[in-house]
Design a protein around this ligand. Sequence first.
Ligand code: URA
Length: 236
Amino acid sequence: MLLEKMLQSQGFGSRKHCQQLIKTGAIAINEQIIRDVKHKVKLDDLTFSVYDDHFTYREKVYIALNKPADYECSHQATHHFSVFDLFDTALMNRGLQCVGRLDQDTTGLLLLTDDGQFLQALTHPKKHVAKVYRMQTADPVTEQQIQQLQHGVELRNESGRFAATDVIALAEHSLQMTIHQGVYHQVKRMLAAVGNKVEQLHRQQIGALELVDLKQGQWVYLTAAQVELAKTRMTI
Ligand code: URA
């Protein structure tokens, strides 16, 4: 692939801007500055630098973020920060999107990608990708509430019933449950439907991909194996 095209594909701006970067000596491969705009690169395991910042060529990007509270999953955040503030311009130029949304006050595992097919695979209502949430509740969690959540509840303006699986009381005011859809405020509304209230919500897992070592606000690129884990679905 032409170097200028490769740079463009990785979010470094228009073709003209990428040509400019090359001509001014900003681009190096294997520590060698390349000034030839017609230079061709092999994409396998390609690493390069732009003004001494190092990058790896990625056809598509798959990112796991431990979302902090007070961040919105929207490009035009109104009252809080946007999760997109956590990423550099090159990533944003690639058209990074959130895979589903977490509320502004929800923390935990949020995936982001520029791969439309991956986004569709994880968010399509018929795919039933499992999402594991942990929460603090205002009132003690009762056995009756657990059974109601497992049996399914109705939510206003939504058709059908919404059930959770693997509903586990972690402490008197703490609950973990798995849901397989993703309608607006689903977990909070399900808890409200059984007479309790979510005080704090955290997403721990998507598909078979679990959040383990990331601190809030930190993100990593997913490996190909982790991308597959996220797509692993469980149907109810
Ligand atoms: N359900 C909610 O109510 N909020 C979230 O952020 C995610 C799921």
